[in-house]
Each structure stands twice: as structure tokens, then as C-alpha cells.
Design a protein around this ligand. Structure first.
Ligand SMILES: [Fe+2]
Length: 276
């Protein structure tokens, strides 16, 4: 299957579509790989264990970039094996630390696949690649913006969940706000003729953020490993626990989202490091 194919999901319940978002796993080739002093495989496995215990399993999973720290084949092989535990489709997009071509080769097995359009009852989910080779900031290409606009305008019977790695709005940290989507105004313009609800969902900022701008619901999700300190003007690790988000997409366009953090596992983060 190519990334342009649509995937139709039949939700388990007529009540809503259920989605798990995990993001910024930053897995290394080596088992012992640490980001800011934290072993990213260990924290991912603790979060995965918690996700698999959800009372109601999701209809599908979204892995929203920076899945690897070193873009190694081994890191993606590790992830593709671990994600099989879900037993539901898992879709992914690259982040600034990833290598999209390597991902496309490895993250395409079993429940994990590279499709970017998911159709689910009253919702369409559009996954965008906001990564720019060699850069930490994000940008959405013109073809992707055109496709998004077309989908929104031609599918007025469905609400839209638009998923990306980088943030399309400022989150209140100078250093991070310089590393968001550079053409975010074009992204907002692409969805402005939507009679239904639109929600933007992303990772990258390693922190919880919810808001609304120009009628669009805005949600970011913490990393499964180390967090960034909210409202900090310079790079700084946060002390919040690793986490993930569980979203329920209702037929009326309402999005219910619950942030879960794994607090009962001891983590050691090196707060003295000033960069990542
Ligand atoms: Fe990240």
C-alpha cells in the first residue's frame, strides 16, 4: 500500500472513534540509549504497558514523529516490533530527528503502516509530514496543503483531525516557538472553509498544550520520554512524567481528550544538559 491510499476504519463503537497518540519516543539503536539521562526504551515500554491496559482499546494509534533519536534502522525495527502489541492499526509521521525513507522501509509491517489518510465514520484523519531535511523547524509542503484543502472542502460530511509533528502555534517558550511550522498561516488557510470541526494534533514540544485559534481545536501531547519545561524561554528539561493521549472523536465534532502520565516508574533526567 502506498502512503496516499485511504484507510477506512470501522470503529468498535458507534458512540465515537477512539485514538491513542504517542509521540517523541526518541529511540536509539542501542538498548542503553539515553536522552538527557533518561533511557528512552525503558520509558517507552512503561508507557506502552500503560496504553495496553486502557479499559477500551483504541480503534487506531498515531505515532507523531521523533520516533527515533538517531534515525537508525535498529530503532525503527525495535518500534515496529513493540507496536505489534496493539492489535489495531498504527500510523506514523516523521519528526525532525527521523529519516523518512528509512521509516517507510521499516515501519511497514503487521499493524504498522505508512498511510496518511484515515476515514472513520464522522471523521477524516489527515497526517502531514512537517519535517524538513537537516532542520529542526517544520514546514508543510504545497502539495500537502493543497490535498488537505481539497479533502476538507470535498468531505463536508466529516470533521477533520489534522496530525503533524511540529506545532502550528506558539506554545509560550521562545526557543521552541522558533522551531514550529514556519508556514502555519497557510495551514490555517487550508482548513478555513470547513463547515465541520477541525482539530490540529501534534508532538515536538514535549509538553501538554490545549487551545483554540481561528475555530480550530489545538492539542499537543507530552513525549513518552523526557519533557521540556513549559513557559521556559531557554531549553530546559521538565520534571513531568512520560505520557500519551487518549482521544475520543464524537459524531458532533466534539473531541474529548485525556492525558495519561506514567508516574509510578522511577526516572532519572539529567537537568544540567542544555540541548537535545
Ligand atoms: Fe522530540
Amino acid at each position: 500500500m502506498s502512503a496516499n491510499n485511504e484507510v477506512v476504519i470501522n470503529p468498535n463503537s458507534r458512540e465515537c472513534v477512539r485514538v491513542i497518540q504517542l509521540t517523541d519516543t526518541h529511540i536509539f539503536a542501542e538498548n542503553a540509549g539515553k536522552l538527557l539521562g533518561l533511557n528512552t526504551r525503558q520509558s517507552f515500554e512503561a508507557v506502552l504497558e500503560r496504553m495496553l491496559k486502557e479499559e477500551i482499546a483504541p480503534d487506531f494509534v498515531l505515532a507523531t514523529g521523533d520516533l527515533s533519536q538517531d534515525a537508525s534502522v535498529e530503532s525503527y525495527q525495535y518500534l515496529v516490533e513493540k507496536l505489534q502489541a496493539f492489535n489495531v492499526p498504527c500510523f506514523w509521521i516523521p519528526g525532525n530527528h527521523d529519516h523518512p525513507d528509512t521509516m517507510a522501509q521499516v515501519l511497514n509491517y503487521g499493524v504498522v503502516s505508512p498511510e496518511r489518510i484515515i476515514i472513520a465514520d464522522h471523521w477524516q484523519v489527515v497526517l502531514l509530514d512537517s519535517s524538513v531535511p537537516g532542520k529542526v523547524y517544520g514546514h508543510i509542503s504545497t502539495p500537502q496543503l493543497q490535498q488537505l484543502q481539497q479533502r476538507v472542502e470535498q468531505n463536508q460530511q466529516r470533521h477533520s483531525l489534522v496530525v503533524m509533528h511540529h506545532q502550528p502555534v506558539n506554545v509560550g517558550s521562545d526557543w521552541l516557538d522558533n522551531l514550529g511550522i514556519k508556514n502555519a498561516e497557510e495551514l490555517f488557510a487550508a482548513v478555513k472553509n470547513n463547515d465541520r470541526e477541525t482539530c490540529f494534533l501534534w508532538g515536538h514540544v514535549h509538553q501538554d498544550f490545549v487551545g483554540k485559534q481561528a475555530g480550530v481545536q489545538l492539542i499537543s501531547t507530552p513525549s513518552t520520554c523526557v519533557q521540556f519545561k513549559p513557559s521556559s524561554n531557554e531549553f530546559s528539561a521538565g520534571d513531568e512524567a512520560p505520557g500519551y493521549r487518549y482521544l475520543s472523536l464524537y459524531p458532533d465534532g466534539h473531541v474529548e481528550s485525556v492525558l495519561h502520565r506514567v508516574k509510578d516508574i522511577p526516572f532519572t533526567v539529567d537537568y544540567s544538559i542544555k540541548g537535545y
